[in-house]
Design a protein around this ligand. Structure first.
Ligand SMILES: O=P(O)(O)O[C@H]1O[C@H](CO)[C@@H](O)[C@H]1O
Ligand SMILES: O=c1cc[nH]c(=O)[nH]1
Length: 242
């Protein structure tokens, strides 16, 4: 057990998908994993372990925002020795390069959070995805003809922002969408030598004002989950043979 996870040693797989929403974790486990067993209900931040095509995989809710993601990601990496994490999230597009329901495969994550300023004493660290994992995800997406794009996310501490125009300026620098966790995940993964990636479906388009429903955010976006599971499997196979 760790402070926030009730799993016994060995109950969490080396490969983990992390949605923000614990009910999306439940849906992923019940829909995509075989023999899924729940290992965590502490704070209702559900976690499950099952199998995807024979590969042990866990799904763990992260909660919303970088402090919550940091707690769960740290415990997964430090206390349970996980090797691979893919955040499977939703995001709000700030670029016309992406459309509603497109899948963004994030190579990097800018942030307005002070977390890395605290961690690095004012230095602006540049958190990035694991290249091998990202390459597997892109390969799967291309094979399946998915509407996806590789690019940067903005991990914001503010969902409701008094100055939304500040985030919009990031689009001029190629940032595709806003979410709230990727920067912390990438930073911690680099610290612990874990392979991490964020795959995020555009649930809201801030420029066109299109939006998906809460039910759709919780229970759909199958393409993103199937893409992530296949990328995890290929990455695990490549790591085992490499
Ligand atoms: O759908 P999830 O994975 O929670 O991701 C996005 O949705 C939440 C905000 O509604 C934030 O956590 C943001 O990052
Ligand atoms: O606009 C949005 C949509 C999803 N998640 C966010 O953080 N922002």
């Amino acid at each position: 057990m760790s402070v926030h996870l009730a799993a016994q040693p060995g109950e969490i797989a080396p490969h983990v998908l992390m949605p923000g929403d614990p009910l999306r974790a439940q849906w992923i486990a019940e829909t995509f994993l075989e023999d899924a067993q729940q290992y965590n209900t502490v704070r209702n931040m559900f976690g499950y372990t099952g199998h995807y095509q024979g590969l042990p995989v866990s799904v763990q809710g992260s909660g919303m925002g970088q402090p919550s993601m940091s707690i769960y990601a740290t415990e997964l990496m430090q206390d349970y020795g996980v090797k691979t994490i893919i955040r499977v999230g939703t995001c709000g597009a700030i670029s016309h390069q992406v459309n509603l329901r497109d899948v963004i495969i994030a190579n990097t994550a800018s942030t307005d959070s002070a977390m890395n300023r605290l961690r690095f004493h004012g230095i602006d660290f540049a958190p990035g995805a694991d290249f091998a994992l990202l390459r597997h995800a892109v390969e799967v997406s291309e094979e399946r003809g998915l509407s996806s794009k590789v690019g940067g996310l903005f991990s914001s501490d503010l969902f409701y922002n008094d100055r939304p125009e500040l985030a919009m300026q990031l689009a001029d620098y190629g940032v595709l969408a806003i979410e709230m966790e990727a920067s912390a995940l990438y930073t911690l993964a680099l610290k612990y030598g874990v392979q991490a990636l964020t795959v995020a479906t555009v649930s809201d388009h801030i420029l066109t004002e299109e939006a998906t429903s809460a039910q759709e955010r919780q229970e759909t976006f199958s393409a993103m989950i199937e893409l992530s599971l296949e990328a995890v499997k290929r990455n695990a196979q490549a790591t085992a043979t490499g």
